[in-house]
Write a protein of this length. Structure first.
Length: 232
């Protein structure tokens, strides 16, 4: 799609790869490109594999944009929350092939897709907002509550605990962990399985199962735009 987000369509599967510097920061331009890639995948009617670059899925929002000022930060977080809300209701299966570290918004993306594959190694995954002085936003709290194991919700959201890939499976950020050289192979196998689903039934069941959650996210996004709580 762009230099920031690549779109590769093969065998009925679209691989969407984020490539924005060593942290794979999520900026307005990255979100615009991600939404364009999701638009294209919807048009192509294909399963999506969402991945990063070797060693990092995403370390979160682009700090250069977040540090421009409160208004700019609120605008970026709003766009990011809308992207994760879109992923949660996306009409086709989405697999995250987590290629390394996934921190903050990177981890929220993992919490918003259908299946998450991580890789072995000394990688960090989790929500560090409280550790860096950001009061967790309403949408973030509910995204975490929706997908994390109950025993890990408080540890992650309130205590900013960071996990290894294996710990991230227990917590609920990942569904499985594979060897680094098997990540895209495993994602491709799973995508081929997902292709056998009835996509109408998948879409309608996903939205029905998440109806209350999606409505809650919509309310949270509005509330966060009014009072994000960036510091404290």
């Amino acid at each position: 799609m762009t230099d920031l987000v690549a779109y590769d369509l093969k065998d009925g599967v679209a691989t969407v790869a984020i490539n924005n510097g060593k942290a794979n920061g999520l900026s307005h331009d990255v979100f615009e490109a991600l939404n364009a890639a999701l638009d294209q995948a919807e048009q192509d009617k294909v399963v999506v594999i969402l991945t990063g670059q070797p060693g990092v899925f995403s370390a979160g929002y682009d700090l250069k944009e977040m540090q421009k000022g409160p208004a700019e930060a609120v605008a970026l977080v709003t766009v990011g929350s809308k992207l994760t809300r879109r992923l949660a209701a996306y009409p086709l299966p989405v697999i995250a092939a987590c290629s390394g570290h996934a921190i903050a918004k990177g981890a929220f993306i993992l919490l918003s897709v259908d299946h998450r594959i991580g890789i072995e190694g000394s990688f960090k995954l989790g929500l560090n907002e409280v550790a860096i002085g950001m009061t967790m936003h309403h949408a973030g709290i509910e995204i975490a509550r929706h997908r994390l194991a109950p025993a890990h919700f408080y540890r992650s959201v309130v205590n900013a605990e960071i996990y290894s890939p294996e710990g991230a499976v227990e917590a609920g950020f990942l569904d499985e962990v594979v060897a680094q050289d098997k990540l895209l192979e495993r994602a491709g196998e799973l995508a081929q399985h997902f292709k056998t689903l009835n996509m109408r039934a998948h879409r309608e069941t996903k939205v029905k199962a998440k109806a209350d959650y999606l409505a809650l996210l919509d309310r949270c996004i509005v509330k966060d735009a009014e009072n994000l709580g960036l510091s404290g």
